[in-house]
Design a protein around this ligand. Structure first.
Ligand code: DAH
Length: 351
């Protein structure tokens, strides 16, 4: 021990601290060095604790010197801390090749896909009228996609829907699974699981086994609507569609209903709005007719109501379905539906 404790040793420690302290570049470094010497297990603290090992006659002088050293070091550390480090300068000195004042690289911020944007807008138009948003499965049973919607097996109305069948047979040797061709199966699913009044909106992806061209894709989005209650009439359908068309295409819109055939509604209609580009005069967008088709709709067929266990004498309802990309194309003047899913950022970034 006495080998450690001699006057020279104290001088050496002082010298070491002074030279080490001059190299310090941050508060962290000061704190570490302070701990090394003055911390509980630090060099100076240990020496002070072992002072009793010194012969009595030298103990006092050593004690005094060590205490003076301790005080001096405390002061040095404090002064160094007060120097007010400019840590950026220190950092730059050390890493002179890096210029941290250069502006950083901008992260790429994406935007909503035009389809998502329009789905949200459509939902926003219907929710104030009390419609709830629900979603359904993209792989669907034949039963919901067709049969419960009054589209029996081998009926010609199935030809309206070019279908992707899933390669899986049940024990009756049937292919009951398919990629849903429309969002209408959710009409049956929702009715099956609830008691009227019902007001739902079903956005979702659908699939068709079709060749693609400027107005056809093999997958696209639809939004389905369904309202069922006692005493729902065609006037309710009309009012609801009016509200929607005006929210999306402007408050001046007129609506036209024409008879159309969809197996799950009776009467069935196709709904058009007056052309918002030419105001009805006739242009390219409306094919010179002054009208633009926006959706199919109708009163829920009594057979559909009974197939899910509702009494059509008590309940009635309306339904509608629209293609989201078609609405987006009209709204934004997009001429080719294939642009939506070809992942060209020049297109997608515009929304
Ligand atoms: N599901 C039809 C289709 O994909 C669209 C449709 C028409 C939905 C009339 C409806 C409706 O709910 O009433 O072509």
């Amino acid at each position: 021990m006495s080998e450690v404790l001699n006057i020279e040793k104290i001088g050496q420690i002082r010298g070491n601290v002074i030279s080490e302290i001059s190299k310090l570049r941050s508060k962290d470094e000061i704190s570490n060095l302070r701990i090394k010497y003055l911390g509980r297990k630090g060099i100076v603290s240990k020496l002070l604790r072992s002072i009793h090992e010194i012969p009595i006659d030298q103990r006092k002088i050593f004690g005094q010197k060590l205490n003076i050293l301790k005080e001096e070091l405390e002061l040095l550390f404090e002064e160094k801390s007060n120097e007010g480090f400019n840590e950026f300068d220190q950092f730059n000195k050390e890493k002179s090749l890096q210029d941290i004042s250069l502006p950083g690289r901008k992260g790429i911020i994406g935007n909503l896909h035009p389809t998502s944007k329009v789905v949200r807008e459509i939902c926003k138009a219907f929710t104030p009228m009390g419609f709830q948003i629900v979603e359904g499965p993209e792989i669907e049973l034949d039963k919901y996609n067709f049969e419960l919607l009054n589209i029996p097996k081998d009926h010609p109305s199935r030809d309206m829907f070019d279908t992707f069948w899933v390669d899986w047979k049940n024990d009756k040797d049937e292919y009951p699974l398919l990629m849903r061709t429309h969002t209408s199966p959710m009409q049956a699913r929702v009715m099956e699981g609830s008691i009227p009044p019902i007001r739902v909106l079903v956005p979702g992806k659908v699939f068709r086994y079709e060749a693609t061209d400027a107005s056809h894709e093999w997958h696209f989005f639809q939004v389905e609507g369904l309202a069922v209650d006692k005493g729902i009439t065609f006037a309710d359908l009309k009012g609801t569609v009016y509200e929607f068309a005006r929210a999306i295409f402007g408050s001046e819109r007129k609506i036209r209903f024409r008879c159309d055939y969809f197996p799950f509604v009776e009467p069935g209609v196709d709904v058009s709005i007056d052309c918002f580009i030419c105001e009805g005069g006739g242009c390219r967008v409306c094919s010179k007719t002054g009208w633009i088709e926006i959706m199919g709709a109708g009163m829920v067929h009594p057979k559909v109501l009974s197939s899910v266990g509702y009494d059509p004498e008590i309940y009635s309802g309306f339904a509608f379905g629209m293609g989201v990309e078609r609405i987006a194309m009209l709204k934004y003047g997009i001429e080719d539906i294939r642009l939506f899913y070809s992942n060209d950022l020049r297109f997608l970034k515009q929304f």
